[in-house]
Write a protein that binds this ligand. Sequence first.
Ligand SMILES: [Fe+2]
Ligand SMILES: [Fe+2]
Length: 221
Amino acid sequence: MKLTLEGVKKNAYVDNFIQQTEKYLVALGYTDHGPRHVGIVATRCQMLAQRLKLSAHDVELAGVAGYCHDMGNYLGRTQHHYWSAMLFSQIFIPEADPADVSRVCQAIVSHDKDEIKIVDKLAAILILADKSDVHRDRVVRKDLKGIMGDIHDRVNYAATNNSLKINPLRKQIVLKVTIDTKEASPMDYFQIFSERMSFCQVAAQFLGYRFVLIINNFKLS
Ligand SMILES: [Fe+2]
Ligand SMILES: [Fe+2]
């Protein structure tokens, strides 16, 4: 069987793991890691893979990695990248090509590791697609107490817009974030997301690009 994004979306195990993850993280009060987030990440993965002129097969694999990267959260938040890869391999090892399963699993594990070492474009693409999704819609606890009680929620809530673009001519990958400064300051954003942004920098460098972050028209690169 060939791994495709549409095929994986129809897989009942994948679907249940994502639903279960959403239930679990909503109960914990975490930001959205459910269908909305993984749908956006899968689409961004495919967009980046296409613009990087990867093969049609790799574009599919990038979408698959994006769609499945967080589905292990319901087994435990802190090691969820490993759980997601383990579940992915359990579902697809019996049917899919061994090289494809290996590459997708490695991309999934790499998306949230402390000691980041990228050896495959799929992993770099997934990091950029995942870390760029900072948005108000991800905040589950939208009551004032919820938003103000957690700086992650507050900064996500303040992010009213984000876009990820790639410019092959300038060799730049540009993340634009609009922060509502009534809710949080750009400084708050850095405090929370500096590690994620340096992941993006490493990922972009692996692809031969420069990562550019623009917050409220203030450019950092
Ligand atoms: Fe994750
Ligand atoms: Fe994610």
